[in-house]
Design a protein around this ligand. Sequence first.
Ligand code: ZN
Length: 211
Amino acid sequence: MRARLVLGVLVGAGLFAGAAHATARPITAHDKALLARPATYEEKIAEAVAGRLTRHTVSVRCGDIGEPSYVLGVTPFVGSHALDYFLMRPDECTYLAWFDRSPARWDPRTCVGSDCQYVPDIAMALAVVAHESYHILGYVNEARVECYGMQSIWYVANKLGAPVAESEALGSFYATKMYPQREESTPRYWSAQCRDGGKYDLRPGSHAWPS
Ligand SMILES: [Zn+2]
């Protein structure tokens, strides 16, 4: 059985310097070992949200994903099918747990002091879950997946306990501060069509963006 991996979210520029490279490899023994162990508390948080977003039973594991450090998540595919699981770096699980514990602390509008430094990391972790969820749904075009994921950051944040206004603020933070950096830093993950009314707008009837 031939397997390939679709790269997950790639980190952006600035805080997240690094170039995007597509890779393909079979599922490794390490992936299998990671998936064979029970989910941790943090992984269950991600599984619950990804499951609600995709309506699939999704397994998530955090660990060594066997990719360069700028790759934060991967969704293994066999042929053209995703396998209802994805892998993330351990930091992403940590940030999700932080957010789950205290969503209000990471509100980009009201964060205090050094907490604000982590808001991009938190927003990215929410985005990774959303991004990989669209791979689970079978999408492989990274620009499309990244754009769909960005439009679901609010959903991930809301399911983890943030009020709608904060959830939308996190989506907006990602869209205005982080996504634009992708045009240069990770162009495969960026599209001019990722905008209100663009080809990748999931809710063309609404002018709210990206939520
Ligand atoms: Zn991806």
